[in-house]
Design a protein around this ligand. Structure first.
Ligand code: AMP
Ligand code: MG
Length: 451
């Protein structure tokens, strides 16, 4: 495990007071390590989990050549571009059982979608393209010339998955499609990495928990709820530790406890320049912590590192433990990764998406890094100073010509959470990028399924 100092030494030109966003991602990728424990879960419990094993196909899917259409199967070698083909129908192949019998030249078999292709046949003419001729006693079809090629409308053995080949790889996030793929191989249970446990709390004397009486100068805690939602979307086990006052002793107790219970601890507030230095002194005491000023907007201040925790006796009424078995981790002192996020509600979400999410995915054992950025044309001019990364809330839609366009949600204040609700993505204006003109292409990090 590398210390903050060791990682810092590896980063060229590392300056904790002017870190670029890509450097933050690089730093965090060196700081975190994947979990090691695994669970064996049924497919119905595997959605969103991360595979801890390679899946090798034990069978081929489909297991036989079969028909992709309802129609007539025949030997495609008889097709000619100039002359129509007339075939005698000698039987019917139903899905679910092999058709027994041989088919000679000039003959075909009526076949249902999914039925095994009879021996020697490689082509299917869809029912609607074949013309019935002949009689009830002597059914025949004709296939117009030039319509088909040999091999048409046949699904080949193993065209989806071939026996002995890798079907899914360790580190893949199990999507609905992946669950279906596993099922198609007859697999009922898979080994996945254990869920990541993430504790979070809000800090600030002015922060009210829901249910508390409003008072002048105080605001309701929104960060705990956005963080909760973001973590749940990632499939983490969450430990909600409430709001902690700006009091070093209370903060120290909260950090120590959180670090003992969780793999990662996320806090909001208390890391900005204006905050009392005792918070920073206290965090430093608990572990190996760096305080960064990141060249970005919104965001900027962030504390990152490893903190140590001591196990306290758990009392469920103090911490809300969600789908999380406290007894299973009665353990020795532990270390947790700390993400001390800024307090402003939008800055919390942006720093989470840009830095925390990829780091947590890595801790979850997942191969997927940042989601790909989408390109869309800005319908408006956006002012941008080179030398920092800016994330603007944006709404992507399809323009009149079918191309993607994006507009900002207006007020980009870092406390304007309503615009985070309106937006469907973040416009990413990169470090060196300058002003954006009307019609210029910009990168967008879409929210789909993430927030
Ligand atoms: P701080 O980083 O602690 O200086 O907080 C920056 C701003 O974010 C202040 O206006 C805080 O009131 C606000 N803020 C901090 N934490 C929360 C929270 N949990 N929910 C809503 N607003 C918050
Ligand atoms: Mg504060």
């Amino acid at each position: 495990m590398k210390t903050i100092a060791q990682i810092s030494a590896e980063l060229q030109g590392y300056d904790p007071q002017a870190l670029t966003c890509p450097d933050v991602n690089l730093f965090l990728s060196k700081l975190v390590t994947p979990v090691t424990g695994t669970d064996s879960v049924h497919l119905f419990d595997a959605l969103g989990r991360v595979l801890a094993q390679d899946i090798i196909s034990s069978i081929s899917v489909p297991p036989h050549d079969n028909s992709a259409m309802d129609g007539y199967a025949f030997d495609g070698a008889q097709l000619s571009a100039q002359v129509q083909l007339t075939l005698k129908v000698v039987g019917t192949a139903m899905a679910g059982k092999a058709w027994q019998g041989t088919v000679a030249a000039g003959e075909c078999v009526k076949i249902m979608t999914g039925a095994i292709m009879p021996l020697g046949l490689d082509t299917v003419v869809p029912q609607e393209l074949a013309r019935s001729v002949g009689s009830m006693a002597d059914p025949q079809i004709t296939i117009p010339a030039g319509l088909l090629q040999a091999g048409d409308n046949r699904r080949k053995l193993g065209e989806d998955l071939l026996q002995g080949r890798a079907a899914l790889q360790k580190g893949e996030l199990l999507t609905p499609a992946a669950l279906g793929l596993l099922a198609s191989l007859g697999i009922e249970k898979v080994t996945v990495w254990r869920r990541l446990r993430v504790a979070y709390f809000s800090t600030g004397d002015e922060i009210l928990s829901l249910g508390e009486a409003p008072r002048e100068g105080a605001v309701f805690d929104s960060n705990r709820y956005t963080i909760f939602g973001l973590l749940k979307r990632l499939g983490c086990d969450v430990i909600d530790m409430g709001v902690v006052r700006d009091d070093p002793a209370l903060l120290e107790a909260a950090f120590t406890r959180a670090a003992a219970e969780a793999d990662a601890v996320i806090t909001s507030g208390g890391v900005s320049v204006g905050e009392a230095d005792h918070t920073k002194t206290m965090m430093k005491k608990l572990g190996d912590v760096a305080f960064w000023k990141i060249a970005m907007r919104p965001g900027r201040p962030m504390a990152v590192g490893r903190i140590s925790g001591i196990k306290f006796a758990s009392s469920p009424d103090e911490i809300c433990v969600d789908s999380y078995n406290v007894d299973s981790i009665k353990s020795t002192p532990r270390q947790a990764i700390l993400f001390g996020l800024p307090g402003n509600p939008v800055a919390v979400m942006v720093t989470f998406l840009a830095f925390v999410r990829p780091a947590l995915l890595q801790m979850m054992g997942c191969n997927a890094g940042q989601p790909p950025l989408l390109k869309a044309c800005s319908v408006e001019a956006i002012r941008k100073k080179p030398g920092r990364t800016e994330y603007q809330r944006g709404t992507v839609s399809t323009g009149a010509d079918g191309a993607l366009v994006v507009r900002t949600t207006g007020n980009q204040g870092s406390g304007v959470l309503s615009s985070m609700v309106q937006a469907n993505g973040l416009i990413v204006l990169h470090h060196q990028q300058s002003n954006v003109g009307v019609g210029d292409e910009v990168d967008v990090m879409m929210f789909d399924g993430v927030i």
